[in-house]
Structure formats: C-alpha cells, structure tokens
Design a binder for this molecule. Structure first.
Ligand SMILES: Cc1cc2nc3c(=O)[nH]c(=O)nc-3n(C[C@H](O)[C@H](O)[C@H](O)COP(=O)(O)OP(=O)(O)OC[C@H]3O[C@@H](n4cnc5c(N)ncnc54)[C@H](O)[C@@H]3O)c2cc1C
Length: 510
C-alpha cells in the first residue's frame, strides 16, 4: 500500500487549499514545501466570490471575511484622461452569497489556510522538504525528498504539483508550457500609505491607459496601495526596483512622507499554460500550470479553481466511485477555461498597454463610441467564461458549465448561506416551481453520491432574496444538477429530464 493517497508538492496558497480539500474528504495526504514559512508579502490582492465560496466550504469563510474588503471600481482613463471603461461589482443580491470581488491580504489568508490544513488528521505537513526527483509505475509515484536530516523517499497513489511558476516538478516531467503571447516587464510596488498619503490618492482603483507609461493603481485592504507600472524599453528591471526610482515613479501621486515602501519587485507578466495537465499519476495546478498578467486579479483564482476542480474528481477515483478517466476531464476543463480567460486578460492588457499615441486615441474613441457616448460600469464577473467542455451534460444549455448561485436561506430564524445549511458535494437542486421529487429520483441520486436540495415550495428551504427562483425562471429550468465545485452539470425542465442528467453522471463516473 502506498504511504499516502495524495502527495502535494508545494504548500503555497494553491497547495494549502488542496490539502484542506483532501483533508476534509479524509484522504491520506502528504504536503511538502521547501520553505518553512509563508511568503510574508502579498502577491495576489484580489479574489472572486467563486473562490470565497470554495473557502467557505472548507470552513475558511470567517478567515476570509477577516482579511477581505470590497474591491473598488476600476476606472480606465484614456490618453487624454477621459474615462473609457469602468469595471464594477455585480449588484445585490450577490449571486454567490459573497461580495463578487474582494481585495484581501494574502499572507494573512495563507496563514489561516495552512492552520486549517493542519487540523485535518489525514493531512501530514512536512516543511523544509524539497522534491528532488520522482518516478511512477502503474500503482504509485515515488518521491525523492531532500530534508535537513538527509534524503528520504515517500510514495503516493497520486501527486499534485503546486510548486509555483518555476515548478521543478513540471520540469522533471518535461511538461511543456505553451506561450499564449504576452511578455512584458512591469514593476509592482506596494505602499503602506499614511493619512496624509491616503488623502492624496484616488478613491477608486485606476487603470491609466496612457501610452507614455501604462500603469495600474489598486486600492487594497486597509492602507495598502499597489501600483503596477510598465517598464520602458531600455529600463533595467533590477535598477528600477530601487527606492529612488520607485519614488520618482510614484511622485505623481505621493512622496516618501506619505507612506512606507513595503516592497517593489519587477516581474515579467506572462501568459503561459501547460499543454498537458497530467502525466500518468501526476497532475499539475496553480502557477505551475499557468501564468497570466494580473490585470483582472485572476492568477490565484485560477489556481484555486484548478484544485477545486481536481479535488472532488480525485477523491471519487481514490474511493473507487469513479474511474481514472474522470481525471482526464481535469485538464480539458481547466485548460479550456484558462485559455479563454487568459485571452480576455490579454485583451484588457492590450487596452491598458497601448503605447502608440495614435492607436491609443483611436482606442479611446472606439470604446466611447461602443458605449454610446457614456461609459456604463461593467461587472467584472460578466467577463468570466463558463466551462464548455469536460464533465458537463451533453445537452447544450446556457446555464451548463456556469456557477450555480448560493442564496441566503432563512434557517433557525437567521440568514445563512445555502452551503452552510445544505452542505456541498454533488447536489440536485429542486427549484420552487418543480414537482416535489418522488423516492425513485432520490434513490438514483444517492446511487451516484448525490443529495437533494429543495428550495421554496411547501417543503423546501426558504430563500431570502429569490436568487434561485429568478435563476430557474431565467434559465427555464426546474432542476439543476450541481457538481461539488458548484459548477452546473446540467439543468432539467422536469423530473424525467432530471433522471436523464443523473444517468449521464453515472455513465461519466464509469
Ligand atoms: C504582481 C502579482 C500580482 C498578482 N495579483 C493577483 C491578484 O490580484 N489575484 C490573483 O488571484 N492572483 C494574483 N497573482 C497571482 C498569484 O499571486 C499566484 O497565482 C499565486 O500566489 C500562486 O500560488 P501557487 O500556490 O500556485 O504558487 P506559489 O505561491 O509560488 O507556491 C509554490 C510553493 O511551492 C514550493 N516549492 C517549489 N519547489 C518545490 C520543491 N521542489 N519541493 C517542495 N516545495 C517546492 C515553494 O516553496 C512555494 O511555497 C499575482 C501575482 C503577481 C506576481
């Protein structure tokens, strides 16, 4: 028998959430990291409601709420300082039961995720342990690990490589990255502003789409403010990180009396995705599998989508409830989604980063004309693509592959989020206008490990804002089969069609 069912390489945010997912499922898991402590400065600053719901499911909702704030609008200013675009939040009622976009403090959240992972008895955390080699056969993967006490070996039935952008595991397996065509040097600056500084700074986040030097300003949590400033040809990134150059670049907004420089680091903003997400028993996730420019704050979100997608599939395989083939849908789903979203991010990056003054003016006129003369705020979530392939129903429907909403439920005389009341996992949601299900539907569902969640009607949960009712009406659906990662497998207008969805899932698990 293998020592572990799953080994996770890398205890960064993606590996730590993966450890919680497997820990919660009671899977024997080893997670190793070369470093002992978490990186003490934030890289990611923004998260979406989809991620909040994943963290909530792991018992980390309060920890997130404790270190998150609303993400202010991002206002795009054109070459002459006019507003050319504005990204905002979806209005209330918020469809996932969380603020649609949040800013957060990465080190604080990472510490909470690590602490949560440590509470699961089936999870072994081994720090200052570096993967140096791995080999696999039909049953397991053997890991060679360097430790302060000398080399050791461990084996696991499956391995997940969450070892970051320079992923040694990806290199050991010779998994190629595909270049999606973005490669620019930018300087990322974090400042802790004082009261004087805060008074001088914009009240929204801003994209300065100025051809001379495109840059972004993000209002993060508390007094943390971030600038991402493009570097010009000929500027030496290492030199530009130095405080004298940083303060020169910031002088348009603030001076050294207005705050403390927390860090400045030059990055190459890339758009890369791994071609093969799986090699035998090793799967790849997070920055190890993809990197994208941070213009929509999606890098970490993408990594957490990866492990949310993989977590339930691998758990089913390990329990013998689904065949190993289900794991192949991981790469097809995540690869397609990452490519689509990266395309959108690149488009945004192209708008912000136009350096030709004539083209920048033409861009501004076009965006204003397309908006009919007045720029209307666009919810960031409207930019998120749905899954259009993989483990979803064969019956095309606009709801298929999208995120199912999480309404607030009136339970025990208070507002509670649906998942806290009804639990997660594979669920058949029965809408307010559906016929009440008979026992056969329940039997078919429990045979695939699913549960039934009734909303509305005489016996269903009482929702506070009619989010699910409106969703069902909008999609002309009465039933929705929801995957454990909250993605809609498919919808059905009646019980017979709901049976057919359950049957599709059953066949997919074989
Ligand atoms: C400037 C910037 C801004 C960003 N803004 C956002 C944002 O607003 N929103 C967002 O969602 N994302 C953002 N991101 C992206 C986000 O920060 C990353 O996607 C995320 O931190 C990656 O997490 P990870 O766990 O995949 O990798 P990492 O955090 O890099 O963790 C990898 C871990 O693997 C360990 N490791 C490596 N090799 C080995 C080995 N051989 N053996 C054992 N352990 C090993 C490392 O020690 C490390 O702890 C931004 C990134 C940058 C650079």
């Amino acid at each position: 028998m293998a020592d572990y069912e799953v080994a996770i390489i890398g205890f960064g945010p993606v590996g730590a959430v993966a450890a919680c997912l497997f820990g919660q499922a009671g899977i024997r898991t080893l997670v190793i990291d070369s470093a002992e402590t978490i990186y003490d400065k934030p890289r990611a600053v923004a998260l979406d409601h989809e991620i909040a719901r994943i963290l909530q499911g792991l018992g980390l909702g309060d920890a997130l709420a404790d270190c998150a704030e609303p993400f202010t609008d991002s206002v795009y200013y054109g070459a002459d300082g006019q507003v050319i675009k504005r990204l905002t939040m979806l209005p209330e009622p918020h469809p996932q039961g969380w603020l649609p976009s949040m800013v957060f403090l990465q080190p604080k959240l990472e510490a909470a995720v690590r602490a949560r992972a440590a509470t699961f008895p089936s999870v072994t955390i081994a720090l200052r342990q570096t993967l140096t080699a791995l080999s696999q056969d039909a049953d397991a993967v053997t890991l060679d690990i360097a430790t302060p006490e000398g080399p050791r070996q461990a084996n696991a039935r499956y391995v997940i490589a969450c070892d970051g952008a320079s992923s040694p595991t990806r290199k050991m397996l010779d998994l190629a990255l595909e270049d999606l065509g973005f490669d620019e040097p930018w300087l990322v600056i974090d400042v802790l502003a004082n009261e004087k500084g805060l008074a001088k700074l914009p009240l929204t986040s801003v994209q300065y789409c100025e051809p001379a030097r495109p840059c972004s300003y993000v209002i993060c949590t508390g007094n943390h403010r971030r600038w991402e400033i493009s570097l010009r040809a000929g500027e030496d990134p290492r030199e530009m990180e130095k405080p004298e150059h940083v303060w020169r670049l910031l002088s348009r907004w603030i001076t050294p009396e207005d705050g403390t420089l927390w860090r400045s680091a030059a990055y190459r903003f890339h758009a890369l995705v791994v071609r093969d997400w799986r090699k035998g028993r090793v799967l790849i996730a997070g920055d190890a599998a993809h990197q994208q420019p941070p213009f929509l704050g999606q890098g970490l979100c993408q990594g957490l989508r990866d492990v949310a997608n993989l977590g339930w599939k691998l758990t089913l395989c390990l329990r013998g409830e689904a065949g190993d083939g289900l794991l192949d849908t991981y790469g097809s789903e995540r690869g397609g989604h990452v490519r689509k979203l990266t395309g959108i991010i690149k488009h945004i990056g192209g708008l912000i980063g136009e350096r030709d003054p004539e083209k920048a003016k033409a861009r501004d006129s076009r965006l204003i004309a397309e908006a009919g003369g007045t720029i209307h705020p666009m919810p960031r979530q409207d930019l998120m693509p749905a899954l259009d392939a993989g483990f979803i129903s064969a019956h095309a429907h606009p709801a298929r592959g999208t995120l199912f909403p999480q309404p607030w439920i009136l339970a025990e005389s208070r507002r509670q989020r649906l998942d806290d009341v009804a639990g997660g996992g594979l669920r058949l949601v029965i809408g307010p206008d559906a016929d009440r299900p008979d026992a056969t539907l329940g039997h078919a569902l429990s045979a695939i490990g699913g549960t039934m969640v009734e909303i509305g009607g005489p016996s269903g949960l009482i929702e506070c804002d009619d989010v699910v009712r409106d969703w069902m009406v909008r999609h002309q659906a009465r039933y929705a089969l929801i995957r454990p990662d909250n993605i809609v497998f498919g919808v059905a207008p009646d019980a017979e069609a709901a049976f057919a969805l359950i049957e599709e899932v059953r066949n997919g698990f074989r």
